[in-house]
Design a protein around this ligand. Structure first.
Ligand SMILES: NC(=O)c1ccc[n+]([C@@H]2O[C@H](COP(=O)([O-])OP(=O)(O)OC[C@H]3O[C@@H](n4cnc5c(N)ncnc54)[C@H](OP(=O)(O)O)[C@@H]3O)[C@@H](O)[C@H]2O)c1
Length: 332
């Protein structure tokens, strides 16, 4: 697989990674464990997808345990990207960016991941109660201590896009926060939603990263599975599945957004590829500093997704995708 270099620390990874989240979070209440999950991680590594994206809160904790188990004999082939700063409570998820907490969270992640060093340690969400410089300073100390190689920032969700009521354009508030933490320690990577049906990050955030040598981890590059064309309008989702509450996944919106899938399928047919692979190739083409992390529980899909790194879209393909209708249904 093509390799890409991300961020200030010049980290080299396979151009397409594996999002491990669906195995234990967001899509399912059943905790995938055992051989199926291990097979998926190993299939991704075999296909050259070195970057494995996880977080302490996925499960919680079981996703990191899985990655640790999967890498027991394959640590050198993998690039571990994990996150801290969100705690799963009985009722709510709360942010904790206090320095002491961040340091304890890192030690716990290292134990679960069965490793001496985390390649990329990301702040999952800034804690509104703690100045970002304090949280970031504690994370920088983890780099000095040799526990972490590089730091990343997650800019996911409506607040990251729109800010905390501060006004301004898409991702303006996030960019202001990034500029503050850059004074403390280099940001190697920013994780943001980026896909054919969620392109807001392309206006300012992705160019901001490019001009500063910061990598972009493209989260949800398959539009939570929609862009693969394998979901049917009206199919319904388990109550634990984020899509059960997602405005783009009502039967009406899924039907209304079918022209997007149809367009991806037309392009795919010209390349003997799948719609999912076209969606990933389009994300990859948004910059040499962009690494998509498609999530899946299934080994076959992990292999299919990794193979998208070899798909080269043509000018005609890009024009056709650019002309697709804007997605209907929004969190914002
Ligand atoms: N930092 C954050 O706050 C944040 C937030 C969201 C996501 N992320 C990261 O981004 C990663 C990707 O996001 P995501 O997993 O939510 O969304 P995604 O990659 O857009 O889509 C995942 C969904 O697509 C399905 N899928 C995957 N490959 C497929 C294929 N080839 N054909 C058909 N369906 C396919 C998966 O099904 P199965 O599950 O059945 O395999 C899963 O339901 C996550 O795993 C996580 O690492 C981070």
């Amino acid at each position: 697989m093509e390799r890409r270099t991300i961020g200030a620390a010049a980290l080299e990874v396979g151009a397409i990674g594996l999002g491990c989240m669906p195995m234990h979070w967001a899509y399912t209440a059943s905790q995938q464990s055992g051989e199926g999950a291990l097979r998926t991680v190993h299939a991704a590594l075999d296909a050259g997808a070195s970057l494995l994206d996880t977080a302490d809160m996925y499960g919680p904790f079981t996703n990191e345990l899985l990655v640790g188990r999967a890498l027991r004999e394959r640590r050198a082939e993998a690039f571990i990207s994990t996150k801290c700063g969100l705690l799963v409570g009985d009722q709510h998820i709360v942010a904790n960016g206090r320095p002491g907490y961040v340091k304890r969270a890192c030690d716990a992640s290292l134990r679960r991941l069965q490793t001496d060093v985390i390649d990329l340690y990301q702040l999952h969400r800034p804690d509104p109660e703690v100045p970002v410089e304090e949280t970031w300073g504690a994370m920088a100390e983890l780099v000095s201590a040799g526990k972490v190689r590089a730091l990343g920032w997650c800019a996911i969700g409506a607040r990251a896009r729109r800010g905390y009521g501060a006004g301004g354009g898409m991702y303006d508030a996030t960019i202001r926060q990034l500029e503050r933490v850059q004074q403390v320690f280099p940001v190697s990577c920013v994780q943001a939603e980026l896909s054919v049906w969620s392109r807001e990050a392309l206006d300012r955030l992705v160019p901001w990263c490019s001009s500063r040598g910061v990598g972009v981890l493209a989260a949800m590059p398959l539009g939570n599975g929609f862009l693969s064309g394998t979901l049917t309008p009206g199919q319904g989702f388990e109550p634990e599945d984020v899509r059960a509450r997602h405005p783009r996944f009502t039967a009406e919106m899924m039907a209304a957004n079918q022209p997007i899938v149809a367009g991806l399928r037309r392009v795919a047919a010209r390349h003997d590829a799948t719609a999912a692979q076209v969606a990933l190739a389009w994300v990859l083409a948004q910059g040499r500093h962009v690494v998509p992390v498609p999530g899946t529980k299934k080994a076959d899909w992990a292999v299919q997704n990794a193979a998208a790194a070899g798909l080269r879209l043509t000018t005609e393909d890009f024009a056709e995708i650019a002309a697709l209708p804007k997605a209907l249904g929004s969190w914002d």
